[in-house]
Design a protein around this ligand. Structure first.
Ligand SMILES: Nc1ncnc2c1ncn2[C@@H]1O[C@H](COP(=O)(O)OP(=O)(O)OP(=O)(O)O)[C@@H](O)[C@H]1O
Ligand SMILES: N[C@@H](CCO)C(=O)O
Length: 310
């Protein structure tokens, strides 16, 4: 729904890191996603309405990722246009599937549409990153870039920002299992080691290259071999009860690979068909039953569009 004063959009969930690409790789999902309505106000300032009962936002609206990114965008334009943002959150904060970034990407995309698209989608990424900085202290782009551009995205460089869309096979499906515990990205970053060994680095950059080559060639076996993480997974997986067993169940059920989605607690697995992705979801859920943690699953094709007007 769009008129000259108001727009309602779907903003996709995203999987950051994609196993080997900490802070530099991410992809978008068709399901789930947030709904957000952005309307032009007569007076300056950004106001927020939350229509999601069980989602609590920061009390200070200036810490809401949608508001922070929109303020960065308006300040770049030198505009004091006022907006009202109405949220219907479908992605739980602290899920690992880009809840904070779906809002950050959505508000700048929507406002840009209402103002006649003065800025390209690629260049909106820098403003959405400011929302991520407010959420976790670091302006990482591996959720907001795919949320805005769709598909698989590589952040080749942060300074200067260089965002590359990576071609990928048409038939690529993702299974997400979201155990109902909250892991804040800010906390999940604090436990990481600041240094890595040369041996681990060699393994990791081999996998990053392999994953990108596999996606571009449509080589599923290469994609699967490259979905490994020598650096982050050994540390963060400790925060997810049953992680090893659930991952093993996904691989046994035919997943190309399985790892932590973003900073967790969600886990993702890639596969070649919707049927396989559903079988993998069932196997992962079954493995989780031993750990008595409620969980929600999503099966989705990789999203190729980013935000869309609904
Ligand atoms: N509009 C928003 N939507 C979601 N979370 C928000 C929003 N604005 C601020 N936040 C804050 O951001 C934090 C959640 O972001 P966080 O990065 O920890 O989780 P996530 O986005 O689900 O995970 P990930 O980045 O690993 O995919 C919470 O502290 C939440 O209060
Ligand atoms: N790259 C970020 C993604 C957070 O979703 C991290 O792993 O901390």
């Amino acid at each position: 729904m769009k008129d000259s004063n108001s727009i309602k959009i779907f903003s996709p969930a995203t999987v950051a890191n994609v196993a080997c690409g900490f802070d530099i790789l991410g992809f978008a999902l068709d399901n789930p996603g947030d709904e957000i309505q952005v309307s032009i106000k007569d007076s300056p300032g950004i106001s927020v309405l939350n229509q999601t009962k069980d989602t609590v936002f920061p009390a200070d609206v200036n810490k809401n990722t949608a508001v922070v990114s929109l303020q960065a965008y308006l300040s770049h334009l030198g505009s004091d246009q006022g907006f009202e943002i109405t949220f219907t959150k479908k992605i739980k904060p602290g899920s690992g599937i880009g809840s904070s970034s779906a809002s950050a990407a959505a508000s700048v995309f929507a406002a840009n549409e209402l103002l006649g698209n003065p800025i390209s989608k690629e260049n909106l990424v820098q403003f959405a990153m400011q929302g991520e900085k407010a959420a976790c202290g670091v302006a990482h782009a591996d959720n907001v870039a795919p949320a805005l551009l769709g598909g698989f995205v590589l952040v080749r460089s942060y300074d200067p920002l260089d965002i590359i869309s990576i071609p990928y096979p048409e038939e690529l499906y993702c299974t997400i299992i979201h155990p109902q515990i909250e892991v804040k990205t800010e906390d999940a970053r604090k436990i990481l080691r600041q240094g890595i060994s040369l041996k681990d680095a060699v393994k990791q950059w081999g996998n990053v290259g392999g994953l990108i080559a596999g996606l571009m060639k449509g080589d599923y076996a290469l994609i699967g071999r490259s979905l490994e993480d020598a650096i982050i997974e050994p540390i963060r997986s400790i925060l997810i009860p049953g992680y090893d067993a659930v991952k093993e169940a996904a691989l046994e059920a035919g997943a190309l690979g399985c790892c932590i989605s973003g900073s967790g607690p969600s886990m993702f697995a890639l596969s070649r068909s919707a049927e396989e992705a559903n079988q993998i979801a069932a196997a992962m859920k079954k493995a989780f039953t031993h750990y008595e943690i409620d969980n929600i699953d999503y099966v989705s094709k990789v999203n190729n569009q980013g935000p869309k007007v609904i």
